[in-house]
Design a protein. Structure first.
Length: 364
């Protein structure tokens, strides 16, 4: 399986998508000094002045496409940014979706939104720009329920293997480097129950890493305890992982995302990332229409506008995210490995995973 590369870079070397330290968090602070996009929206509609209420992450409702949308439709956007997945769900659940018209969240959350009646099925005929979606994002099972589709893929990234190139002259091709005794005490992993269990299941070759049976849970537990003995520590947060890696002569880590490479490079570490042969966990954020949308036509128009390839190019060129509509932008930024990712789904039991993870961390 090939590693993600871009242009003249060697396989596995840092991709262009991780160039910006200002996007060190997955949905971090807005990048300053950005060039404006040419407007992908041309005609102003006859819609009466109104409001579109948006609940999203920073970076997903930028002036480069918000302003043309407002001008075209004669409306104003009321944008609420969220700080966490749980906060977003609580805001939607509190009003049964009546406080917002459109919402963006990742594939692991769709089950509870659909079960809670908080979002509505999409009328794809009202989203003609869905034709711009790259093949990897045209059939995502977790955003469907029966014949209904509830989300439109918008931005994506991964939790790749990050490594110090001085310690790995050849790009690591397997996650097993995180279980290699030769690397003992020079490895770190994020402190996250669901992602560690999912990754261990993938390394063990389980075909459904989000739906494990008792025997598979036991095998995953043993695998993670074996790894714990080799780790220097677990880390919490992008900055924490970067700082520990840079200060402790770490060789490799299970990362929180590609932008951690930029943080390490800024600290003088010759780091790179790769997608090993077992694949990697991927996150995929999607736009949805709230069950409480006041003007569904306007909500669908927003989803359509966000699927402009110019918006996709901006996400990759300026925000360091993979996009779903402009493959050329993905290629020039090194986001060429979506087909190697296992995108997050709702697991069989968050509670059981947290309990197992606590047992792993408590193990000697």
């Amino acid at each position: 399986m090939s590693e993600p590369t871009s242009g003249p870079q060697a396989p596995g070397e840092t991709c262009g998508a991780v160039r910006s330290l200002s996007s060190l968090t997955r949905r971090g602070a807005l990048v300053t000094g950005l060039a404006a996009l040419a407007s992908p929206f041309v005609l102003r509609s006859a819609r009466a002045a109104g409001e579109l209420r948006v609940l999203t992450w920073e970076g997903y409702a930028e002036p480069e496409w918000v302003k043309p949308f407002e001008e075209k439709h004669g409306v104003k956007l009321s944008i609420v940014y969220t700080g966490s997945v749980d906060e977003m769900f609580a805001k939607m659940q509190g009003s049964k979706g009546a406080d917002f018209d459109v919402v963006a969240f990742d594939t692991s959350s769709f089950k509870r939104y659909i079960d809670g009646g908080l979002i509505r099925p999409l009328d794809m005929a009202r989203i003609p720009n869905a034709a711009n979606l790259s093949p990897a994002f045209r059939d995502v099972p977790s955003i469907r329920r029966g014949s209904d589709q509830y989300g439109i893929p918008f931005a994506w990234g991964s939790l790749p293997l990050i490594y110090d190139k001085k310690d790995f002259p050849a790009t690591p091709d397997s996650w097993e480097v995180m279980w290699d005794p030769a690397n003992a005490q020079r490895l770190i992993a994020l402190d996250d129950a669901n992602n560690n269990i999912t990754l261990a299941a993938m390394v063990l070759g389980f075909k459904t890493p989000f739906n494990l049976d008792d025997a598979q849970f036991a095998a995953v537990k043993d695998k993670l305890i074996a790894q714990k003995k080799l780790l220097l520590t677990y880390y919490a947060g992008f900055d924490d992982g970067v700082n520990i890696f840079a200060q402790s002569n770490i060789k490799a880590m299970f990362s929180m995302g590609e932008p951690q490479v930029a943080g390490l490079n800024a600290k003088g570490v010759d780091a790179a990332f790769t997608i090993p042969k077992e694949g990697a966990i991927g996150w995929l954020d999607c736009w949805t229409v709230s069950a409480g949308a006041r003007d569904p036509d306007l909500a669908f128009a927003w989803l359509d506008a966000c699927l402009s390839p110019k918006v996709g190019a901006y996400l990759s060129d300026k925000k360091s995210y993979g996009n779903t509509t402009d493959e050329a932008a993905n290629v020039r930024n090194g986001f060429t490995y979506a087909d190697k990712l296992t995108f997050l789904e709702t697991p069989e039991s968050f509670e059981e995973r947290v309990a197992l993870w606590n047992e792993v961390k408590a193990a000697p």
